[in-house]
Design a binder for this molecule. Structure first.
Ligand code: TRP
Length: 330
């Protein structure tokens, strides 16, 4: 067991798909086997995009159920809802006062929104709310509140963790040692997880395979993966095949080598390859899927897990916030 404190947040803005599983959820469950981990569902962060509380609640349950169904170790991992800890909003308000506005202007996600407006000939800040603009401050509060050492995130979130570190540094400089300085941890490169059309699997491309789709839907989706028009007898390049690129994340080394050889040798049609992929994914995910379905039908059980996570998270948050309050307001 490492003594480093690991923390990560997952935004409840959609139903997690297979790309999320491979890139984030599975590595997180692994990490929590050996580390004290805070895992929260970032519902406050979802608010700058989703204005329907039912959707946020639904996605919150889905994420909690998925993590539990995948075997998240709930002794090591504190699983909770961000909004259950009021101190995070209080800390964000405090951090506003030592965060330079210029830092927020440099945030990739804000800049991307501005660039999009400019390209469309709109006002620079059209449609940009303060939730988006101050997103990195709330995220810094998330990270700093739990004395976090390490933040596993995707490459797109690295800058946010660096901002949290910067903000902690400014704070410590003005008020004395108060916060630990967190480090981002960018996971081992899983490569791009392709979606049904071969582009990166992403909700915005509408090409995702839901993680716990019912078996029949999973099969249908996999059979719909777009391939080139090579005939069964022709040799095929596994590295350019969505089928193989997905298979890689579910099968063991020898199975992967085996399927690679069958691609390269020729003699296997894409239909067969898809059936092999379906069987593999289905065998890996069918037990967790059953547990997921059970939990989604018993949201009271999820509420209990989230409430006990919140109680644990709160006991740390209260202490940190107390320190900040004393430093800033005496
Ligand atoms: N911004 C992250 C994302 O979009 C989610 C998130 C919110 C987060 N707070 C965090 C991640 C704190 C790590 C640490 O994916």
């Amino acid at each position: 067991m490492s003594d480093q404190i690991v923390l990560t947040g997952i935004k409840p803005t959609g139903t997690p798909h297979m790309g999320n599983y491979v890139g984030a959820l599975k590595p997180l469950v692994e990490m929590a086997k050996t580390n004290k981990t805070f895992v929260f569902i970032a519902d406050l962060h979802a608010l700058n995009i989703i204005h329907d509380p039912n959707q946020i609640r639904q996605h919150t349950y889905e994420i909690a159920a998925i993590l539990i169904a995948l075997g998240l170790n709930l002794d090591n991992a504190t699983l909770f809802r961000q909004s259950d800890i009021v101190q995070v909003s209080q800390l964000a308000t405090m951090l506003m006062n030592i965060t330079p506005k210029g830092l927020m202007n440099r945030a990739h996600s804000y800049k991307a929104a501005v660039d999009k407006n400019t390209a469309a000939g709109l006002d620079t800040d059209a449609g940009i709310n303060m939730g988006l603009y101050t997103y990195p401050i709330l995220m810094a509060a998330d990270i700093l509140l739990y004395d976090t050492d390490v933040v596993p995130v995707g490459a797109d979130q690295k800058q946010h963790v660096e901002f949290a570190r910067d903000i902690a540094g400014y704070f410590n400089h003005v008020y004395g040692e108060t916060f630990k300085l967190p480090e981002p941890m960018i996971g081992a490169d899983t490569g791009i997880i392709p979606g049904l059309d071969g582009r990166k699997m992403s909700k915005s491309y509408d090409n995702v395979i839901p993680l716990f789709a019912p078996e029949s839907e999973l099969k249908k989706k996999i059979m719909r993966i777009i391939t080139d028009s090579k005939l069964p007898e022709e040799p095929k390049n596994p590295d350019e095949s969505t089928i193989f690129q997905l298979y890689r994340h579910f099968a063991c080394e020898s199975e992967i080598a085996d399927l690679r050889a069958r691609f390269e040798r020729g003699g296997m049609g894409y239909g067969d390859a898809k059936r092999i992929l379906f069987e593999k994914i289905n065998s890996v995910l069918s037990a967790p899927r059953t547990e997921y379905e059970r939990l989604m039908a018993n949201t009271a059980e999820l509420d209990t897990v989230l409430a006990s996570g919140a109680a644990r998270a709160r006991s740390v948050a209260e202490k940190t916030y107390e320190r900040v309050h004393r430093a800033m307001l005496g």
